[in-house]
Design a protein around this ligand. Structure first.
Ligand SMILES: [Fe+2]
Length: 694
């Protein structure tokens, strides 16, 4: 019998209720004098139908990623200079216009037949389009005018950025209008828009950079008609198919060794996709990559990116989870976070597990092992912005080992220096499902349903210097270390920047989630059993899991030596996310401050504070936070959230709920007005039906 620590259940609990100014008790240690400001943490909290997490129907959705974004703001204040501060927390949901449509059509409402449904990592409706959860990261912006209030944008991979008021947490609106849909343009009010979860603001130029792209043959929406159609099959048919699947497929779940039935199912599904493409011309996705530039007001500008080597439009192979800015370049990373067909269904046959397993096996695929970094000259961007007709910007690409997150120094005078997290065989687009088996054959714990699947190899950190004149990497260093199992998110001074991007970071901080028996499923193990450049043999990974796995860690990296210079290893059955650097006004340097992190133990959620100069000593303060703070993602820190001159801007005052809903209604009407006549008629019919019933 093994004795592996359990992944904390508290990380998979979430509630959607807003909180206002709740005081947090310091349970251990003390908050250091000087710690001050406002910490923002983003956490997905399920949908209008689930009411939070866990989902009431015990289903197979990726709970910790797929859900409305809840913004938590920790206000850190001291009663007097030098006094120990105290912390209160407030929270609220990000509510872009599609949020209100989701409410309008949620389960139990008269129009629920037209509403959004969870389809794996997507929430979509054939009538309405796709949800923009705005649930992943933040981009802080300075005040519009001196003395005004700072601004905050919430971002997401599959939707345009959404601005909120950091003081009231009210949603202000979607950034820009001219986003190009990947598919279904003009047919639904909220067509799928692929963007980046990490746009970046450049205080030097006052420009906000993002991307907007589409991928032919990889559209997220292609899978929707197929799986929606499956849901309408009569029970007798699905049971019959299930029995057949069980007989011919022996309920396969080994994706790297696809059985003939699994392959046949895969072909059938591809053929079905083709059929939908022919029948519904607007479902056909487009292949494009546009650099998005926003001045902070009004509409965005889209600049088509052209591959300098081919003269053709640049193509995104996977996803653009993150971009970065240097003084002279814009960097777009084609990250190996897979956004593909196999991510957009959960379980069309909840009562026929054999069939569900067959479909999952047929569709499963590994993420890519490489990432292209597209490099664009800033002067070319300014030239394109000023041009009358040709707005294209040339770009060249640098192939890198697959990465999801990266940081770049602003100073590029000695080449473009970046650091990348290489999550080898760490597939954050796969999640634990209820039929998953653990190593040795037992079924996964129900509390883990929806959690990101475990890594199947050790991760690495890479540092690269790119010489723009040679258009290639000229210096490359990598760290592979047992402290880096399941590398996740970063923290560093001035990241994300709100007033000045760091010229050259001397240190950065990363956390790794570890290796957990709970989420090391036979499915993910099989999917990545054969993996290019595997560092640790699979049999050795198995042994580590059976010995209890690997713990979560927080490390500091010396970026000049490129080595881990400090680390803290979390106790068994304790994990973390959302690290953020908070500067200490009394200290300088990249370690002169604190690292805050959300921490979960088996039945409780915490905010821990580390001294960034001494992680190894452990947390210096542990605050109890509501258990409704579940799995969380990226963070931001702002020194102030209100205008320094109270007369300058009135935005700190909360808008009335009436004003907020009127604004959303306006946005919806504007979207309806842009639809093609047939689609508009269909939606207006739905809305008038709703009004008649209510
Ligand atoms: Fe991210």
């Amino acid at each position: 019998m093994r004795n592996s620590p359990e992944y904390p259940n508290a990380a998979l609990l979430a509630k959607r209720d807003a909180i206002r100014s709740l005081a947090l008790p310091v349970v251990r240690g003390a908050l250091p004098p000087g710690l001050a400001g406002h910490l923002f943490v983003m956490s997905p909290v399920g949908s209008v139908d689930s009411g939070g997490a866990p989902y009431p129907d015990n289903n197979d959705r990726p709970t910790v990623i797929n859900g409305d974004g809840m913004v938590w703001r920790f206000d850190i204040t001291a009663s007097a200079p030098g006094a120990s501060p105290s912390i209160t927390v407030s929270s609220d949901l990000v509510k872009p216009p599609d949020f209100y449509y989701d409410e309008l059509t949620k389960n139990g409402e008269p129009l629920d037949f037209a509403g959004f449904a969870d389809l794996g990592m997507l929430r979509a409706s054939l009538f309405l389009g796709t949800r923009n959860f705005a649930n992943t990261a933040f981009v802080p912006l300075p005040p519009k005018s001196p003395g005004g209030a700072p601004r905050l944008v919430c971002s997401y991979d599959a939707g345009p950025p959404v601005e909120i008021d950091p003081a009231t947490l009210e949603t202000i609106g979607v950034v820009g209008e001219s986003w190009d849909a990947e598919a279904l343009d003009g047919l639904v009010p909220f067509p799928p828009i692929l963007a980046t979860a990490h746009p970046m603001y450049d205080p030097e130029s006052g420009l906000f950079f993002a991307v907007n792209y589409g991928r032919s043959g990889l559209s997220m929406l292609e899978s929707v008609p197929f799986f929606e159609a499956l849901a309408f099959l009569p029970d007798a048919v699905t049971y019959g198919l299930g029995r057949l699947a069980a007989i011919i497929g022996k309920a396969p779940f080994v994706p790297s060794l696809k059985s003939l039935p699994a392959r046949a199912a895969s072909w059938a599904m591809q053929a079905s996709q083709g059929m939908f493409k022919r029948n519904e011309q607007a479902v056909i996705p487009k292949d494009f990559l546009d650099l998005v530039v926003w001045s902070g007001e009004g509409d965005i500008v889209r600049l088509p990116v052209v591959d300098m080597d081919t003269g053709k439009p640049a193509v995104v192979l996977q996803s653009m989870h993150q971009i970065a800015i240097t003084r002279h370049y814009v960097l777009l990373l084609d990250t190996n976070f897979k956004l593909r067909f196999d991510q957009f269904y959960n379980n069309p046959f909840p009562h026929v597990p054999e069939l569900e397993r067959l479909i999952r096996t047929a569709l499963a695929s590994q993420q890519g092992t490489t990432s292209n970094l597209w490099v664009i000259r800033r002067d070319a961007v300014m030239h394109a912005l000023a041009a009358d007709t040709n707005h294209a910007v040339p770009a060249w690409k640098v192939p890198l080992l697959g990465a999801v997150h990266f940081l770049a120094d602003y100073d590029d005078s000695d080449g473009i220096r970046i650091q990348c997290a290489h999550g080898n065989a760490l597939d954050i687009a796969e999640w634990v499902r209820r039929d998953d088996q653990r190593l040795g054959g037992s079924t996964v714990r129900s509390e883990m349903h929806g959690m990101v699947a475990s890594s199947v190899d050790v991760s690495e950190l890479g540092q690269y210097v790119i010489d723009p004149s040679k258009r290639r990497v000229v210096d490359s260093r990598r760290i592979s270390n047992d402290l880096l199992w399941g590398i996740a998110l970063y923290a560093a001074r001035g990241v994300p920047a709100w007033d000045k991007i760091p010229e050259r970071l001397t240190h950065s901080f990363w956390f790794s989630s570890g290796l957990w028996d709970d989420t090391y499923t036979m499915f993910i193990r099989s999917l990545y059993a054969q993996y290019e450049d595997r560092a640790i043999p699979l049999s050795e990974v198995d042994k580590i899991v059976l010995r209890g796995g690997m713990p979560s860690t927080l490390v500091a990296v010396d970026l000049e030596k490129f080595s881990i210079c400090d680390s803290y290893t979390f106790a068994a059955a304790v994990t973390l996310s959302s690290p953020q650097f908070v500067p200490d006004p009394a200290r300088s340097g990249d370690r002169g401050g604190w690292i805050t992190a959300v921490v979960w133990t088996s039945d409780a959620s915490w905010l821990w504070v580390f001294d960034a100069e001494n992680l190894a000593q452990g947390p210096i303060a542990e605050l109890s936070v509501p258990t409704t703070l579940g799995f969380s993602l990226h963070t931001a820190w702002l020194p102030s959230v209100t205008a320094s001159d109270p007369n300058a801007v009135a935005r700190a005052a909360a808008p009335s709920p009436t004003a907020a809903s009127a604004s959303a209604a306006d946005a919806i009407q504007q979207r309806l007005a842009r639809l093609k006549p047939k689609a508009k008629k269909r939606l207006e019919g739905l809305l008038s039906g709703r009004r008649a019933r209510s």
